[in-house]
Design a protein around this ligand. Structure first.
Ligand code: BGC
Length: 427
């Protein structure tokens, strides 16, 4: 194989999450958060980019670019709007979506849980409740029985470790409770009380996925993944199963060695054991974090920052792949790598430099199986609303018209040719 070539079997795709693109996920906890009194969410998701109705056109568009994979998620609250009541209509919807992928030559990689959970789960105590293991098992069983014949790759959870990272960033402003403090003792700000009420419960029971950062809830999440994996294996032994982590490249300057090591251990090793027995590891990377003796070091004054205020640093991808490959003997799929920018030439550059890193890993024999850019479309970026533009396809939300950006053509051409391209050759 030519050094510049990617393997013919390489998975090339984009990723989305149901809540961020479908629109009107009114039975999910995030809907309550958006609509809570005093909500810190910038926008309401509303109809989002109406992917719930436009998925066939969208899938065709992605396939037309030359991609061969589509990572998307199933919204648990649509499939099971009330505990134990499974929606036939929603199930058929996702069946048709999967079918559309297969018809267009896109391998579906299906995420069962991408941050949002049904509101009813909050009445049981959310992700702090022991019941979550059985609840998620029932949902997984339904999905695999009904749709498993069309699901070659499944991801139980998106970014299991994100809450641990958020805890450090947000504990001071009260979005995520500090470690070791149970939800009941945590004095939540008023908007969370309001969100809990909208879910039909009280703030003491309101424990969302983003709060899973204490030992007990981490253990419950691990049990939940293992139980779901056993169900998937039993019902569909041929389906590949895994989960993903958000991993920044953790670096240090002199004096920051110990903190950097401690951060990597907290962010990666807390959940690394959970991947043992999985079929692949979903790696998601956006930037780097640099530590000094006093903690996080801000990017240099002249550093290029993305809309998310992350340092533009596509080289992080290679470094994280190498680090993960040193510690985990599992095939790696890059299930997210993306940049929020208005300037699409920077997105092309970000992808180009990221993929150079992937090639260098492949050349060293590291088992990387695929690359999924986040995201297919400009979409609802959680509390940042529609202000962030991560997409390789732009969307005019007043008409829902899609426009492919140069970056979409660029990635598509690499996918078609299995080879790196110069940005110019992709126009
Ligand atoms: C999440 C996505 C999110 C993206 C960009 C990832 O952490 O999986 O849902 O939109 O990052 O911030």
């Amino acid at each position: 194989m030519n050094q510049a070539m990617f393997p013919a079997s390489f998975m090339w795709g984009t990723a989305t999450a149901a809540y961020q693109v479908e629109g009107n996920n009114r039975y999910s906890d995030f809907w309550a958060e958006e609509h809570a009194e005093g909500s810190p969410y910038r926008d309401k998701s509303g109809a989002a980019i109406d992917h719930y109705h436009l998925y066939r056109e969208d899938i065709q568009l992605m396939a037309g670019l030359g991609l061969n994979t589509y990572r998307f998620s199933i919204e648990w609250a649509r499939i099971e709007p009330e505990r134990g009541q499974f929606s036939r209509e929603a199930t058929e919807h996702y069946r048709d979506m999967l079918q559309a992928c297969h018809e267009h030559g896109l391998t579906p990689l299906v995420t069962l849980h991408h941050f949002s959970s049904p509101q009813w789960l909050m009445k049981l105590g959310g992700w702090a409740s022991v019941e979550v293991v059985a609840c998620f098992a029932a949902y997984t069983e339904w999905v695999m029985r009904e749709l498993g014949d069309l699901i070659p790759y499944v991801m139980t959870f998106n970014e299991v470790n994100l809450p641990i990272m958020l805890r450090e960033v947000f504990s001071t402003i009260g979005v995520i409770p500090p470690v070791g403090i149970d939800a009941a003792a945590w004095s939540a700000p008023a908007w969370r009380e309001s969100a809990a009420r909208l879910c039909g419960t009280t703030v003491e029971r309101y424990f969302t996925f983003h709060m899973i950062s204490d030992e007990r809830s981490i253990d419950l999440l691990k049990q939940t993944h293992r139980r779901a994996r056993a169900i998937i294996r039993q019902l569909r032994p041929e389906t590949k199963v895994g989960f993903s982590m958000a991993l920044s490249d953790v670096q240090y300057i002199p004096g920051g060695e110990a903190i950097a090591e401690q951060k990597w251990a907290a962010y990666f090793r807390t959940y690394a054991d959970l991947a043992e027995g999985d079929d692949y590891f979903g790696l998601q990377n956006y930037t780097r974090q640099v530590y000094g003796s006093d903690g996080l070091v801000a990017p240099e004054e002249d550093a290029e920052l993305t809309q998310m205020k992350y340092e533009f640093y596509p080289e992080a991808l290679e470094k994280v792949i190498r680090r993960v490959a040193d510690e985990l003997k599992l095939p790696i799929i890059i299930t997210e790598h993306g940049v929020a920018t208005e300037d699409d030439t920077r997105r092309v550059e970000y992808i180009r430099r990221g993929l150079q890193g992937v090639q260098s890993c492949l050349a060293d024999g590291i088992d990387v199986r695929g690359y999924m850019y986040w995201s297919a479309f400009d979409n609802f970026e959680w509390n940042s609303g529609y202000a962030m533009t991560f997409g390789m396809i732009g969307v005019d939300r007043s008409t829902q018209e899609r426009t492919v950006k140069a970056s979409g053509h660029y990635l598509g051409q690499i996918a078609r040719s299995h080879n790196m391209r110069t940005p110019e050759s992709a126009r």
